[in-house]
Design a protein around this ligand. Sequence first.
Ligand SMILES: Nc1nc2c(c(=O)[nH]1)N[C@H]1C(S)=C(S)[C@@H](COP(=O)(O)O)O[C@H]1N2
Ligand SMILES: [Mo]
Length: 313
Amino acid sequence: MLIQKPADILPSEITDRALYQRRRDFIKAAAAGAIAGSLGLPAQAAVRGTPLANVQKSIWTLDEKPTPYESVTTYGNFYEFGPDKDSPGKNAHRLRTRPWTITVEGEVKKPRTFAIEDVLKWGALEERTYRFRCVEGWSMVVPWIGFPFSEIARHVEITGDAKYVEFVSLADPEQMPYVRVPLLDWPYVEGLRIDEALHPLTLMTVGLYGEVLPNQTGAPVRLVLPWNYGFKSAKSIVKIRFVREMPKSSWMKSAPDEYGFYSNVNPDVPHRRWSQAQERRLGEFLKRKTLPFNGYAEQVAKLYTGMDLRKNY
Ligand SMILES: Nc1nc2c(c(=O)[nH]1)N[C@H]1C(S)=C(S)[C@@H](COP(=O)(O)O)O[C@H]1N2
Ligand SMILES: [Mo]
């Protein structure tokens, strides 16, 4: 068996995160200043985010060690900024997160377009540490900050015909260079059944680690569903539609035999090209067993009673 020796552990994983980050910020700011100076660009992009106020601890939180900030923000998927795991971290500084509006329409009594600032005034935000599992086999634990999606539904008064919800991400080629490339069917679209969307675990997320979301993690507002594979957690949302029929997600359009609508984390149902039995937590060496519903079975399994989850993957 392989044991991780102290020499193999990255400094970012053992140094106190805040201290480490302050040091990094200083180095990055200095470097960005030098580069930006020579290119005539603002140096702001490389600096850490603004702290979020009015945040309360949530009961829906997990007592597990969070994945280092550095890993969470430098490894991910955001295809609008490129196909590689480090593309979002490198390119998402181009995203402008203000002004930002979210249009909510469809099967609602009061269709509205909300400015993100107004949404942030609805009430206290919650900090929730969740597990997060990507379909590709990596996972992380993140202290997200947000509010339950049901708040949106309450503000627009959904009708009895709202059976599903469609989430639409921004697709602006000026800010998102890979929207000119047909990696996916743009804009990025995801969907949930209404009871999944209204489940108290479904989080409209505006921050992580006490701060506003860094652009690459889907600023200024993204979804986080801890029991679904990561691709259900649409980033940089500009439109939410309550609909009668099951929406077709961008992933279902591009590879219908690999990505189903439900996408529950399920170690017993392999992806068409690989097993889902294990995962690698970012920053860790040994793999872990993947848990049914990513460990949230007690909270969400009842949403799927009577369904064959081998068929409805
Ligand atoms: N708009 C948009 N949302 C997206 C994606 C994307 O490419 N575009 N990728 C998804 C996938 S596959 C994953 S695993 C998560 C990654 O989130 P993270 O970068 O915060 O880990 O975002 C999801 N949301
Ligand atoms: Mo993913």
